[in-house]
Design a protein around this ligand. Structure first.
Ligand code: CP
Length: 283
């Protein structure tokens, strides 16, 4: 997942889809969101419908999970019912890899964000947004700042962007850094100096609470129009969403023209996820 050949293929399919070139599938997929989502769930669902797929929503609380059925047994049954692929969001790091190793039938699993480790479809739509704006990421200074430790978005983005020659700079508040090979900064204003892209990350308070951690974001880590204008006036502002207003980004910056790119990321989500679903169903 997210190797250079796969990413290039998804980008090429996305380009064709943006020109309206796509075919319909007579297949069914299931959406299994075991963690909350707005952007990813709705864009995968709309993407599937645009591809002519039958979409079934799996409600874990009303399912036989409540009767102790295992994830693998559930998937085997869904396959025999007629489901070709399942789009899965989960908080369980490594769930999809472990499950793929146990599956006896060829039901496809599509990662819609897993724990703190991977969110490949987000990295792909982020890459598409950067290509839309800059044509390439090679040699571009891309800053990812915020709660890196808990961010599956940061980890998938770094993995993808490195392969295409991006100059990656990371910045996290104390205690929210992670062992990723990149140029690290302890101060946001040092990180963003001369940046081409500044991607802010959500403070994941729900994961802090689960781990018994406490971390309040100081003003130093909050991006404002003043800081962006002073240190990176030409930078593209990105954020995977959902945004904690006035936490990692000030409301005045979010509501300024710079904030529109964040909505364009969500817009790219639908078409990129069409490409992801097509690839999953064809291969
Ligand atoms: N960026 C993202 O994954 O948003 P959702 O949690 O709303 O899907």
């Amino acid at each position: 997942m997210l190797d250079k050949a796969y990413v290039s293929k998804i980008m090429a399919t996305t380009k064709a889809f943006k020109m309206g070139k796509y075919k319909s599938f007579d297949k069914a997929i299931a959406m299994m969101f075991l963690e909350n989502s707005t952007r990813t769930k709705f864009s995968f669902e709309l993407a599937a419908k645009r591809l002519g797929l039958h979409v079934l929503n799996f409600d874990a609380s009303k399912s036989s999970f409540a009767k102790s059925e295992t994830f693998v047994d559930t998937l085997h049954n869904l396959y025999f019912i007629g489901i070709s692929a399942v789009v899965v969001r989960s908080g369980d790091n490594g769930l999809l890899e472990r499950t793929r190793a146990q599956l006896k039938y060829p039901i496809k699993l599509v990662d819609a964000g897993e724990g703190t480790t991977s969110h490949p479809s987000q990295a792909l739509l982020d890459y598409e947004t950067m290509l839309d704006k800059m044509g390439t990421v090679a040699g571009k200074k891309i800053v990812i700042a915020g709660d890196i430790k808990h961010s599956r978005v940061a980890k998938s983005n770094v993995k993808l962007l490195k392969q295409f020659g991006a100059d990656i700079h990371l910045c996290a508040p104390p205690g929210l850094d992670y062992d990723i090979d990149a140029t690290w900064h302890s101060r946001l204003i040092d990180a963003i100096k001369g940046a081409d892209v500044v991607m802010m990350l959500r403070m994941q308070y729900e994961r802090h609470a689960q781990a018994g951690e406490t971390c309040d974001l100081s003003d130093d880590f909050r991006l404002t129009s003043e800081k962006l204008e002073k240190y990176a006036p030409n930078a593209i502002l990105m954020h995977p969403g959902p945004v904690n207003r006035d936490m990692e980004i000030s409301s005045e910056l979010l509501d300024s023209p710079k904030g529109v790119t964040i909505l364009e990321q969500a817009q790219n989500g639908t078409v990129v996820r069409m490409a992801i679903l097509q690839e999953a169903l064809l291969c």
